[in-house]
Design a protein. Structure first.
Length: 350
């Protein structure tokens, strides 16, 4: 046998190189598939998250257009009112105060009671065609509606309240558009930071909290779908670490995504993320109350291609990627697990 190897050394060497090359190629393809799979899950969640505020903007814009179209008619009506200047000032002060003051948060029951109360007031004053929605949203009371009544005649009151109602609804629609636009902007910002392509070959000073928060934003749809509550305990004095931001995001994504999968089985869960540091290390703890990792497979979870997930749900490279990234950053990842309590501890040198 040894003689045969000696005679065909070049052939054996070529075959070994070819096998190694194919293993590297296969591993590279699998890693790329893992990234694409993760990207697909994030994209689906992100599309859902973007769709909600986009749809809200579309609805609010349509209603805002309807409200604005009424302004020429209301202008003619309001221009004909003969309200004394001091009463106009009183009405203006009330409206400005209500717009600039955040209304008290009401339960569904309290809101229904207030709506009934204002509807009764409108009915008692022959204003049953006036929509109380805008007045209820801003938390107007009967006493405040009496201010409008005291500042105008019975003929002027319907016109005045129609204009006030239009203004309140218009303001609410503009506020909804602003809030939804900010939500989209936050999501786009999270995507931009999450997909941070390392601009330089050198590592950069990275805020680990920012990366974790961006990852949670990216996975928000999956967290909501799994009925998972996220608790964050961050030590804001944690120093920045020198790292590749894009690679750290892969660490947070793979660990948190696995935790979500472990909790999904229960239909609910709690994800607890804690940061701390000492003179040598920055430590991040990610805990979940999912099914746990069986003792007999715990030593294999960082092994390439090892997975307990069903076919098509994972390639077994997620935690291998985490392990390699941590090694590249001279860090360490440890896991403790029992049924109902799994904790990954990630340590980076300061």
């Amino acid at each position: 046998m040894n003689a045969g190897i000696g005679k065909h050394y070049e052939l054996i060497e070529a075959m070994v190189h070819m096998m190694l090359s194919r293993v590297r190629e296969f591993t590279s393809i699998q890693q790329q598939n893992e990234k694409m799979f993760a990207l697909g899950k994030l994209s689906a969640g992100l599309a859902h998250e973007l769709n909600n505020p986009a749809a809200a903007i579309s609805r609010a814009a349509a209603l805002l257009q309807s409200q604005v179209s009424q302004l020429p008619h209301l202008f003619k009506e309001i221009a004909g009112l003969r309200i004394a200047p001091e009463k106009v000032e009183k009405i203006s002060e009330l409206i400005v105060r209500k717009i600039n003051t955040e209304p008290a948060t009401l339960t569904m029951m309290q809101k229904a009671e207030l709506e009934d109360e204002l509807t009764d007031w409108l009915y008692d004053n022959n204003l049953k065609d006036t929509d109380p929605e805008g007045l209820v949203e801003r938390g107007f009371t009967r006493d405040e509606l009496d201010v409008f009544k005291d500042c105008s005649s019975s003929e002027e009151l319907p016109v005045l309240l129609e204009w006030v109602s239009n203004y309140l609804v218009t303001n609410k629609m503009a506020e909804d558009i602003r809030t939804s636009s900010e939500r989209i902007s936050d999501l786009v910002g999270a995507v931009k930071n999450f997909t941070f392509m390392d601009k330089n070959a050198d590592r950069q000073l990275v805020d680990v909290h920012a990366g974790i928060r961006n990852t949670i934003t990216m996975l928000k749809f999956k967290l909501k779908k799994g009925n998972i509550n996220v608790i964050e305990h961050y030590d804001e004095s944690v120093p920045k670490i020198r790292a590749f931001p894009g690679e750290l995001n892969q660490v947070w994504t793979n660990i948190i995504d696995n935790a979500i999968d472990a909790m999904e089985i229960n239909g609910k869960g709690t994800l607890e993320i804690t940061s701390s540091h000492d003179a040598r290390f920055v430590k991040i703890s990610i805990k979940d109350d999912g099914t746990g990792i069986p003792e007999n497979i715990k030593q294999n979870i960082f092994t390439p291609f090892f997975t307990t997930k069903e076919m098509g749900k994972g390639s077994g490279l997620g935690l291998d990627v985490v392990s390699r990234i941590m090694s590249q950053h001279n860090g360490e990842v440890k896991v403790k697990s029992e049924p109902g309590a799994t904790e990954f501890e990630i340590c980076f040198p300061v």
